[in-house]
Design a protein around this ligand. Structure first.
Ligand SMILES: CC1=C(/C=C/C(C)=C\C=C\C(C)=C\C=C\C=C(C)\C=C\C=O)C(C)(C)CCC1
Ligand code: FE2
Length: 560
């Protein structure tokens, strides 16, 4: 049956009123077509195109379908059960009236193809969630992003592109040869943009992953997939950082060079699709660049991390996942931090630092002496104690089998100090006692007005132990070196996203919004007062919502 998007998905239509029957639900404005397109319980989240007998043999033994309703499995790790939904959300508490705009959250929400369950959290097809706030009310929605990878999987009932740990299974030697060829061209890599979502300075909203082809433009109101974001330059490359730094006027990103190990630092003006080359950083260690999921900038510099967890072209080609997926650990190669001047593209510092593992930089800023000269760069990140175990812990099987044992590896706020005076070494120390946030630390945000500048507060996910995944929200005070924590038994909260109050002067004047998947299968957008870190409201979805990664905020009429 066609859904409003035209996609054929098995299921039934129900109005949001039906879904919310008997509850105190208030619509922000009349919703013409508020629909649930739901798949019946325990049927595939995506219908296979052909009956199993007609499908080519599967090389890998199919894993038991994850995402079932098995007791003990948390809803955070189960595939979203509908292709799309929109409706008014039931409110508990009072939303601030100034909160006027749309919170968007991206993430890998669909980990099943028929009976086949994906392995890793990062493999899932992208699910975009929206919560629009207006006049103290909230309307929610979600929708699958229509990447080529997702559309092909839906059509053929199998993985057709190379995901984080999943690869297409060849059914013949010829198709294997074809796959190898497509791999070298990059065309077999996924465009499943399941990682970040950013609002560009010109108002376009982009969903992103680490492949350049996985930059997809979406409509923040309808959640329609509008098409590929085509970069009109000739910079090439297959992968980039999943987290560009975006301001009202520009977009900075890093493009790793896997052939001649290094990174291109590039910049794109708002309103254009053309990235411009700013400069190149050569790697100090080998055999490949370190993984750059994110990086920080300051007012005048771009910080380029080179960690010993490095890309591995061979692992990109492998049919079965290796222990570190597309990466390899090269402790002997050293760990480095490089600093490039934004204006000249020159590398002004390149220092060796203690080994580290990070996905997410929090922020960076310049340290100046009494004459106003920049003497060092301070860069903070969510650091996993130089331990790659976290990648294995994020396998779905591990996430779904929490037995009460404390298995989440320790993490901290790692603070780098990179001197600009030619000293060959930089420092890496915890910015505060990690016990303050339960030794869990990832998925961070800060007040956007402080990007690249001195700052005091960061919002992130921390831990209340024992746990197998970050299960608290934490507000870090980097001056007092303390944390305020939010915790609810059985809750799996996603990145707390800071939204400033319009006109705010103080850094923490605003709210932190997080989507929470609760143990009882419910899900809600939690709004915390960023100053006190106390709950002000929750807007409840009438169905379970899987875990998601990153968010952005689109203020109302920001483009008018
Ligand atoms: C890495 C490559 C690819 C895919 C990357 C994807 C899909 C996502 C990466 C997401 C990350 C690193 C998220 C980190 C989350 C950390 C958490 C929740 C930590 C919690 C710990 O306490 C492609 C697209 C397959 C291409 C090759 C490289
Ligand atoms: Fe990320």
């Amino acid at each position: 049956r066609p859904t409003p998007s035209g996609a054929a998905v098995p299921g039934r239509l129900a109005t949001s009123q039906g879904a919310n029957k008997g509850k105190r639900a208030v619509a922000a404005q009349p919703l013409a077509a508020s629909v649930v397109t739901e798949t019946p319980t325990l049927t595939p989240a995506i219908a296979p195109a052909a009956p199993p007998a007609a499908r080519p043999p599967v090389v890998d033994a199919p894993r038991r379908r994850g995402g079932g309703r098995g007791a003990g499995e948390h809803a955070a790790w189960k595939s979203v059960r509908q292709e799309r939904w929109e409706g008014a959300l039931e409110l508990e508490g009072e939303l601030p009236l100034w909160l006027d705009g749309t919170y968007l959250r991206n993430g890998p929400g669909l980990w099943n193809l028929g009976d086949y369950g994906f392995r890793h959290l990062f493999d899932g097809y992208a699910t975009l969630v929206r919560v629009s706030f207006r006049n103290g009310r909230a309307v929610g929605a979600h929708r699958q992003i229509e990447s080529e990878a997702y559309k092909a999987a839906r059509e053929h009932g199998k993985v057709c592109y190379r995901e984080f740990s999943e690869v297409p299974k060849s059914d013949s030697f010829l198709s294997y040869v074809g796959q190898l060829a497509s791999l070298f061209s990059g065309s077999s890599l996924t465009d499943n943009s399941n990682t970040g979502v950013v609002r560009l300075g010109d108002g376009r909203v982009l969903c992103l992953t680490e492949t350049i082809k996985g930059s997809i433009v979406v409509d923040p109101d309808t959640l329609d997939t509008l098409g590929k974001f085509e970069y009109t330059d000739n910079l090439g490359g297959l992968i980039h950082s999943a987290h560009p730094i975006v301001t009202d006027t520009e977009f900075w990103t890093l493009i790793p060079d896997l052939i001649r190990p290094g990174y291109s630092v590039v910049r794109m003006d708002a309103g254009t699709n053309e990235r411009r080359f700013v400069g190149r950083v050569d790697c100090r260690g080998g055999p490949a660049p370190g993984w750059v999921h994110s990086f920080p900038i300051t007012e005048h510099y771009v910080v380029v991390p080179e960690m010993p967890l490095r890309y591995c072209a061979r692992n990109l080609l492998r049919a079965e996942p290796t222990p570190l997926y597309k990466f390899e650990w090269h402790l002997e190669s050293g760990s480095y931090m490089h600093v490039m001047c934004k204006a000249s593209g020159k590398v002004v510092a390149s220092v060796e630092v203690p080994p580290y593992v990070t996905f997410h930089f929090i922020n960076a800023y310049e340290e100046v002496d009494e004459d106003g000269r920049v003497t060092a760069i301070v860069a903070d990140c969510c650091e996993h104690n130089a331990n790659t175990d976290i990648l294995d812990k994020l396998r779905l099987q591990n996430l779904r089998s929490f037995t009460g044992q404390d298995v989440l590896p320790d993490a901290r706020v790692g603070r780098f100090r990179i001197p600009l005076d030619g000293t060959p070494f930089g420092e890496l120390e915890p910015a505060l006692d990690p016990e303050e946030h339960g030794r869990g630390m990832d998925m961070c945000s800060i007040n956007p007005a402080h990007v690249g500048k001195e700052y005091r507060y960061a919002y992130a996910c921390g831990a209340h132990r024992p746990c197998n995944f970050p299960n608290t929200l934490t507000k870090i005070d980097l001056v007092e070196k303390t944390a305020k924590n939010w915790y609810e038994e059985g809750a799996v909260p996603s990145e707390p996203y800071f939204v400033p109050r319009p006109g705010a002067v103080e850094e923490d004047d605003g709210v932190a919004i997080s989507m929470v998947s609760a143990r009882d299968g419910s899900a809600y957008a939690l709004v915390l007062d960023a100053k006190t870190f106390q709950e002000v409201a929750r807007a409840k979805f009438p169905y379970a919502m899987p875990y998601g990664l990153h968010c952005c905020w689109v203020p109302r009429n920001s483009n008018a």
